[in-house]
Design a binder for this molecule. Structure first.
Ligand code: ATP
Ligand code: MG
Length: 283
């Protein structure tokens, strides 16, 4: 039985559970329970604060876990990053009061920076050869400059709205982060087998996100042109229609490109364009 650690509540909780569900794994959804078992996959879920997930995985209380890459780097426990999961995206950036002039990372020499991520920040300043006082604080980092606690901050940024509200300007992005699946190094073969199944299901789920299935009828003499407009994952399916002289093309396309492709296909004489949601793309 594989044990996965998930955030019990917070930004990654719902999306982690949704990913498992889309991968066909049913789990009881209860933030009050510490542990719940899947009814259809050899896995149980341990719900924790995200800060504790890297350590829990590295010491073997859980075998795998889903947590922000930022937490993995900050806690620096020996865990393997098995897959980037493409949600919970954010960046860790340095910011300073917006009225100050910024001339590069040397700005921070001899300054004080407040952060909840001292390990990542120290390693950045060490790489740049900058000597800066790092003040570790647990929360509300963004108010530190205005109360005189620090000259700048190093914190998670997603839209940048919080920085603007606090009169700060983002000056350096130090790392990008998203949710990652981590694993304990040296899992036994039986558990590794389950992890491999999970990884391949996650890969399928992530690949099918944002994709649509497109069916379009084209005159036979326009097939080559149409295939240039909708190149597919491997090769599109081409089927003859009962009406001689016409064929149907089936292809998987990015949702963002559907309208542009449909317009171009109509221009070359395509008809009856159908766009369908894609339930699964199993690879
Ligand atoms: P916990 O109670 O589990 O300790 P938390 O308050 O430390 O939760 P959350 O705010 O739920 O953490 O954020 C969890 C993760 O979500 C972060 O570590 C980060 O990887 C990611 N994240 C994405 N966007 C943001 C954002 N705008 N602010 C904070 N975290 C974000
Ligand atoms: Mg936390």
């Amino acid at each position: 039985m594989l044990r996965i650690a998930l955030q019990s509540k917070g930004r990654l909780n719902e999306k982690s559970i949704a990913l498992l569900r889309e991968a066909g794994i049913s789990i009881e959804e209860s933030s009050r329970k510490l542990l719940s078992r899947s009814s259809n996959f050899p896995m149980e879920v341990l719900y924790l604060r995200d800060d504790d997930i890297p350590q829990t995985v590295s010491c073997g209380i859980a075998d795998i876990g889903i947590v922000g890459y930022n937490e993995v780097m900050e806690r620096a426990y020996p865990v393997d990053v098995l897959k980037h999961l493409e949600f919970g995206k954010c960046r860790l950036s340095l910011a300073i009061p917006k009225y100050l002039e910024y001339d590069g990372p040397e700005f921070f020499n001899g300054k004080r920076v407040a952060t909840s991520y001292p390990v990542i920040l120290k390693s950045y300043f060490d790489r740049k050869g900058i000597s800066c006082e790092i003040r570790e604080i647990a929360g509300s980092v963004e108010i530190s400059p205005s109360i005189g606690l620090a000259d700048g901050i190093f914190d998670i940024v997603s839209s940048g709205g919080t920085l603007v509200q606090n009169g700060l300007a983002e000056v350096e992005t130090v790392m990008e982060s998203d949710a990652v699946l981590i694993g304990r190094p040296g899992l036994d073969e039986e558990k590794m087998q389950t992890v491999r199944t999970l990884l391949s299901r996650f890969t399928s789920v992530l690949r099918s996100r944002g994709k649509k299935y497109m069916l379009v009828n084209v005159p036979n003499d326009k097939i080559d042109e149409a295939l240039e407009i909708i190149p597919s994952m491997k090769s599109p399916t081409l089927l003859p229609l009962a009406d001689k002289g016409w064929s149907a093309i089936h292809a998987v396309v990015d949702e963002t490109e559907v309208w542009e492709k449909a317009d171009r296909l109509k221009q070359i004489g395509a008809e009856d364009i159908l766009v369908l949601s894609m339930e699964k793309l199993i690879i």
